[in-house]
Design a protein around this ligand. Sequence first.
Ligand code: UD1
Ligand code: CA
Length: 438
Amino acid sequence: MIPYHIIILAAGKGTRMRSPLPKVLHPLAGFPLIWHVLRLAESLNPMRITCVISPDLQDFFSGSPHRIILQDPPKGTGHAVEKALENAPDLAQAPTLVLYGDTPLLTASTVQALLDLGGDMGLLTFRAPLPNPYGRVLCKDDGHAARIIESSDLSPEQKQNPDFPLNAGIMAFQAGILPNILPRLRPHNQQGEVYLTDTVAFIDGDGGCVRPLSVAAEEVLGINTQQELQTAETVIQAHLLKQHQDAGVIAGSSVVFSADTVLASGTQVHPYVVFGPNVRVDEGAIIHSFSHLAGCAIERGATVGPFARLRPGTIVGEASHIGNFVELKAATLGKGVKAGHLSYLGDATIGDDCNIGAGTITCNYDGTHKHKTTLESGVFVGSHSALVAPVTVHQGAYLGAGSVITKDVPKDTLAITRPALTTVPRWSQRRKKDTPSS
Ligand code: UD1
Ligand code: CA
């Protein structure tokens, strides 16, 4: 296959989202829309990826390995492609695939089919009910496209016509086409923008051939509104669920996945579990209902939840048990650790077979800095203990319930800080006698 260039269009105002967040940074299955498009583009292995962005995306793209071009102000999709090819004669001459940053559900196999179409240009089309805001593709008797009319430029009769294929926005141009056509595009339309879609009429007018490829609407859903974002989330969650189920994961439709969730075959995920980005679950683990996991690894045979919160940097070791209302943050737990109820373990290393009593808290923050708690293997932490970090509890030590541990505890000792129990004999009788009845 001849090396080709990918241009991702991600500038533009995204005003229809009505949100201060740039459109392409809205999250889908745990990652920004543009992340999905970048992942697809990278998987295709092109000669170069150029992203056309607005200034509000500069932070997201800082450190990106790709060519980043600022389009400010955005003057339309055609103008964006012109910007991408300005001062880059080699790229301008290469075959070019244009992807939209707001169209995240596209698959590599569809793109490959588009690239394989041949002709001077290929474009993806789909069908959707009227009314809709998409560009209409006008085709000739031979099936090739002659022109695209944007919905705002349609005549009243064209608007009512349900027969036009719709433009998905994804376009593949053969080598040398863009430098010939781009200088001829003009903003002669309702929006006053330079439309990339006008390339079709120029290519056809020059006697070239534009081949449409019809695909399922679901795959080329362009996200312009919060409702479309929600539709895309429903679609991607159904795909992710199917992929996990096909790989032997036991889960149902109320589970929320991230695009990168890794679950071993046989993992049981109970209803209403949410996976944020970067979670790995190994064989035989069970995640009970209403747990929220992000940035963590659950090792073989561990159980989590219900109602557990696992935050980034956490590893739950083999056969460990994390129960209800336990929060873990940057905590590395060894094998067979039990933390069954109501605890916060943050910035902690917890050795094999430790038992963490209900209500245990690592006091990891002194108001300025975070500090580490280390429990060596076999430590027993009595309920309602506070571990004031930095602190280390050595192997096999016991901490009495209700203790506040501010110093390191030696191996195999009992550490206890609560005051000794005092009892006052016959207290209730004395109290009744001393209290006058009203
Ligand atoms: C576009 C197509 C329309 C098609 C629809 C499919 C054009 C003129 N219209 O319309 O035919 O049916 O997609 O979803 O192409 N962008 C820039 N710079 C700009 C303007 C846009 O980079 O100056 C980017 C946006 O970030 C977006 C993409 O290009 O990712 C498409 O722009 P958008 O404004 O969403 O176009 P649509 O109105 O959806
Ligand atoms: Ca769009």
